[in-house]
Ligand binder design. Sequence first.
Ligand code: PEP
Length: 250
Amino acid sequence: MRRLLVAGNWKMHGSRDMAAALIGDIVSATDNLQAADVIVCPPFPFLGLAQKLLADSPVALGGQNISEHQQGAYTGEVSAPMLVEFGCRFVIVGHSERRTLYGENDASVARKFAAAQRSKLIPILCVGETLEERERGETEAVVLRQVQSAVDVAGVEAFADAVVAYEPVWAIGTGRTASPEQAQEVHALIRQKISEQDDTIAGDLRILYGGSVKASNAVSLFGMPDIDGGLIGGASLDGDEFLSICRARG
Ligand code: PEP
């Protein structure tokens, strides 16, 4: 069975003190978390603090975004090698907020995916349809196009060291969760798409669900055969709630 992976995306929330308290709660509970791989993705300014606090912990560190460039005159950007220096092993690429608010598209997200891997970071590739796309019956086409654009740039073998997160845009931060069956349907399509190109990689690929996951719905979501964990936004800012999600396995 693929191991459960739970990643907390803090977005642009919190403070230094809050980061220290939250990581402290998570670290003190990790000996009870054998069932899951846990990642925290704080805002960039808190990565140094997080790196120190997580030094002797199995909890991994991730960034929320990276530049597609390695270095250069790109004011305000953060590169993959910089995240590596702060102990990051993972990075989120193509989050829907980056796509809708900052003009990222399939091509730029695919370049970020490849940039992450050049620095040996594991990209968490976010894909997902808007409500309008779902209502027009375009979910499958949109999600598979988003996945395939990363395959086209990086090659299917790149998915041996990558994670995919299916995050329907209408479920992110809205309190409206996809049903386990709706999510399972899309996860199975993603796995099928990769499997047409490499069956072994598809079998091992961890596909996370994200969108208003809470302790109360995590067990039923994680119980689906193709849901291998979650990308957690709001609920990752509450230590007890996040830890309950990490312990959920259907
Ligand atoms: C997210 O930010 O990726 C996310 C899934 O947020 P939330 O859990 O708050 O819906």
